[in-house]
Design a protein around this ligand. Structure first.
Ligand code: NAP
Ligand code: MG
Length: 407
């Protein structure tokens, strides 16, 4: 009998749906439980349990992450009309990720898991680029008007105390469209703090970019908040860690990202993050199953998950009795990142080492043993890949992990 790694505090385990739920159980059984005396507080976000609890379980899970600081989440179905029919649900429950993000007030960090067999489309990139997306406000919460004749428009603000402010657009000589959107200081501050904290935690430079030369009120406020939080709260810690904060104009930043060798966190306003997280992930690894996704809140609450969804198409084949070759890598990394964070918070170096070993074992299986899932085989540059089913892939990782841990 090996001595399992003991934990102090639990992680919040948030289970989900379809193929990721199946893989979740396998990852736990074969890669976690044999090595770690897992302490977890379990919340079942299976779509039927969300329906049964009127979505209360989602709120409880988010509150639990606040209580324990660390959550690990499986992918979950966001019901649409089709899903309501499929599962006979009471209603189209909102996206659990949106609910949890709102409660934790978090920023989402997405990073590729670099694999030697997969050459980034941008040949200079050698180290990961993490995109931190501010997931609040801007055009996602904007309002618009389409007008059919010449006319006049203004932005009007009235404070609760009755103070008024107005700004005029130029007169419109003909039909057109206009849009208004906003952001809040508190949310921008949370975004900035989460970005600085994440950069410190992962010892990477932080880049932030806007178009403040043109957007002299809106983007300038983002720049100002980032600068003052950096100066007042993070400059010293950054210097100690040997990392930098760089501010650029967004177009300059994009050119620099492509010329760079990677290895930094790129904090992006909401729309920029929407666009550039897909750009970076596709150009870097070409499959969502090799992307990590971590949520950090300004209070330090932490939630890791896979960047992809429930892999529904594979699941439908799986329940028909077919073997599938879904890729569990991002789910494994959700576990390693969460356990690593737990280990760091609780001063448990063995748990941190275990997490790092499991990540290395996974990468070794792909890079050196050339044992891969179908999605990797499609994009791998290494000839002679051995394409295996998910369970066999996990077994191969377990073998490598056993060797690495040398109990
Ligand atoms: P998806 O689950 O990410 O899958 C889309 C396609 O990407 C799959 O059909 C598969 O392609 C490929 N893929 C994704 N993950 C893979 C993996 N681990 N291994 C191998 N291939 C993988 O997205 P979706 O099908 O659009 O959404 C399914 C459900 O997930 C929806 O109900 C949605 O609401 C939910 N969702 C949840 C989250 C979340 O909880 N964070 C995020 C997104 C979507 P091939 O079929 O071509 O092999
Ligand atoms: Mg997008």
């Amino acid at each position: 009998m090996r001595n399992k790694i003991q934990m102090k505090n639990p992680v919040v385990e948030i289970d989900g749906d379809e193929m990721t739920r199946v893989m979740w159980a396998w990852v736990k059984e074969k890669l976690i439980l044999p090595f770690v005396d897992l302490k977890s507080e379990y919340y079942d976000l299976h779509v039927l349990n969300r329906d049964k609890t009127n979505d209360q379980v989602t709120f409880q899970a988010a509150e639990a992450v606040k209580r324990w600081g660390v959550g690990i989440k499986c992918a979950t179905i966001t019901p649409n009309a089709e899903r309501v029919k499929e599962f006979n649900l009471k209603k189209e429950w909102p996206s659990p990720n949106a609910t949890i993000r709102r409660i934790l007030d978090g920023t989402v960090f997405r990073a590729p898991i670099p694999i030697k067999n997969i050459i980034p489309a941008v040949r200079f990139w050698k180290k990961p680029i993490v995109v931190a997306r501010h997931a609040f406000g801007d055009i996602y919460d904007g309002v618009g008007i389409r007008f059919d004749s010449p006319g006049q428009a203004e932005i009007y603000f009235k404070s609760d105390g009755g103070m008024e402010k107005r700004v005029q657009f130029p007169r419109f000589p003909g039909p057109g469209v206009l849009q208004g959107f906003y952001n809040l200081d508190k949310s921008i501050q949370g975004f900035a703090r989460a970005s600085f904290k994440y950069a410190l935690m992962s010892r990477l430079d932080l880049w932030f970019a806007t178009k403040d030369t043109i957007s002299k009120v809106y983007d300038a406020r983002f720049k100002e908040i980032f600068n003052s939080i950096y100066e007042n709260e993070f400059r010293e810690e950054f210097q100690k860690a040997g990392i930098n904060y760089n501010y650029y104009l967004i177009d300059d930043a994009v050119a620099r990202v492509v010329r760079s060798e990677g290895g930094f966190v790129w904090a992006c306003k909401n729309y920029d993050g929407d666009v550039f997280s897909d750009f970076v992930s596709t150009a870097y690894v070409g499959t969502l199953a090799l992307m990590t996704s971590e949520l950090m809140s300004p209070e330090g609450y932490y939630l890791s998950e896979a960047a992809h969804g429930t892999v529904q198409r594979h699941y439908y084949r799986y329940i028909k009795g077919e073997k599938v070759s879904s890729n569990p890598t991002a789910l494994i990394f959700a576990w390693t990142r969460g356990l690593k964070r737990r280990g760091e918070l609780d001063s448990l170096p063995e748990l941190v080492k275990f997490s790092e070993a499991l990540e290395r074992a996974t990468i070794k299986t792909i890079e050196e043993d050339n044992i891969v899932t179908q999605d990797i085989a499609r994009i791998s540059e290494m000839p002679g890949s051995k394409v295996v089913y998910t369970e066999d892939f996990i077994d191969a990782i377990a073998k490598n992990l056993e060797k690495m841990l040398k109990w």
